[in-house]
Design a protein around this ligand. Structure first.
Ligand SMILES: NC(=O)c1ccc[n+]([C@@H]2O[C@H](COP(=O)([O-])OP(=O)(O)OC[C@H]3O[C@@H](n4cnc5c(N)ncnc54)[C@H](OP(=O)(O)O)[C@@H]3O)[C@@H](O)[C@H]2O)c1
Length: 277
């Protein structure tokens, strides 16, 4: 089996490539040699390599910057994904695309299932939804994995930010009115491989088990890393950011569990594993 992984220098891709190493041929490409916005190049390269799977980890992921860089966000997260879909259509490669909990508006108070109505609040969420829709317009068969709140060794992430700030500052304000599921990129990579192994098609929600607010997450990080700052719960209104986030973006992962027989470990255990690495 042959895999083409885009955005290969990113946080998720690093662990995903490790997970597949030794099990198949893997080609990792990033923006310097495989800009997904370059339609001609994308289609030519997919036709040349003829991978069984294209796993798209490439994205414009800076949620706040997307608000001011709207065109670029849609170019990468929308049109770029369409280019990959067009390439896959030519070769019959299966496109596995990573999407986000930010396609939801967070107005529910029970976990989101795959068929729930989408209504993104931010430019990032809208651009990621456009990517999903572009895939569905071009391809009959695809795999879209929606996930949330990623942390992994190969990227700047919330765990590292809180871990260092909590040793430098006396008080840290962290929002306590956004609820979701932190997800470890090693666990997500295992889940993506499991979905590919069982030839899953369609949309799947995949996150570590359990839910928390960013405040809860920060408290646990502090506890496990010996941070000395007092963590102060604040509302999103007090801690305004350019992009509006959903208040509740917990995703129901039962469809994944039924398809693969797996459930990802609780986020607290995943965090301990991450910190022990
Ligand atoms: N991080 C999260 O909390 C989170 C949550 C839910 C879903 N997701 C989704 O999960 C996927 C992986 O996220 P991640 O956090 O691992 O992302 P990441 O670390 O930001 O990696 C994305 C990679 O894509 C590259 N890239 C950007 N524009 C590109 C282009 N035009 N062509 C090719 N490559 C390009 C980036 O390069 P540069 O760094 O040079 O720009 C980077 O190497 C994304 O689809 C993201 O939307 C992430």
């Amino acid at each position: 089996m042959k895999m083409l992984v885009t955005g290969s220098r990113g946080m998720l891709a690093a662990d995903l490539i490790k997970k597949f190493e030794g099990t198949c041929e893997i080609i990792g490409r990033d923006v310097h040699d495989f800009d997904i916005c370059n339609r001609g190049l994308v289609i030519d390269e997919i036709k040349k390599e003829k991978p069984d799977y294209v796993i798209n980890c490439a994205a414009y992921t800076n949620v706040d910057n997307c608000e001011t860089e709207k065109d670029l966000a849609f170019e990468v997260n929308g049109e770029g994904v369409k280019n990959l879909a067009l390439g896959c259509k030519e070769t019959g490669s299966l496109l596995c695309h990573i999407s986000t909990d930010f396609v939801f508006d967070g107005k529910k108070d029970v976990p989101y299932v795959e068929t729930d109505t989408v209504n993104p609040l931010s430019v990032y969420g809208k651009s990621k939804l456009k990517g999903e829709k572009n895939i569905q317009e071009v391809l009959e068969d695809y795999l879209i994995v929606r996930t949330s709140w990623l942390f992994g060794r190969a990227g700047k992430n919330f765990v590292e930010t809180i871990s260092s700030l909590s040793k430098e500052k006396e008080v840290l304000d962290v929002v306590n009115d956004q609820t979701g599921s932190p997800t470890f990129t090693v666990d997500l990579s295992m889940a993506i491989k499991a979905l590919i192994d069982v030839s899953a098609r369609g949309i799947y929600h995949v996150c570590n088990s359990g839910i928390c607010t960013w405040f809860d997450f920060a408290c646990k990080i502090c506890e496990l890393t010996g941070g000395t700052a007092a963590i102060n719960p604040v509302s999103s209104d007090k801690h305004r950011r350019p992009a509006v986030r959903p208040g509740y973006s917990v995703m129901d992962c039962s469809k994944f569990k039924v398809k693969t027989g797996l459930a990802l470990q609780p986020w607290e255990d995943a965090l301990k594993e991450y910190l022990d690495q």
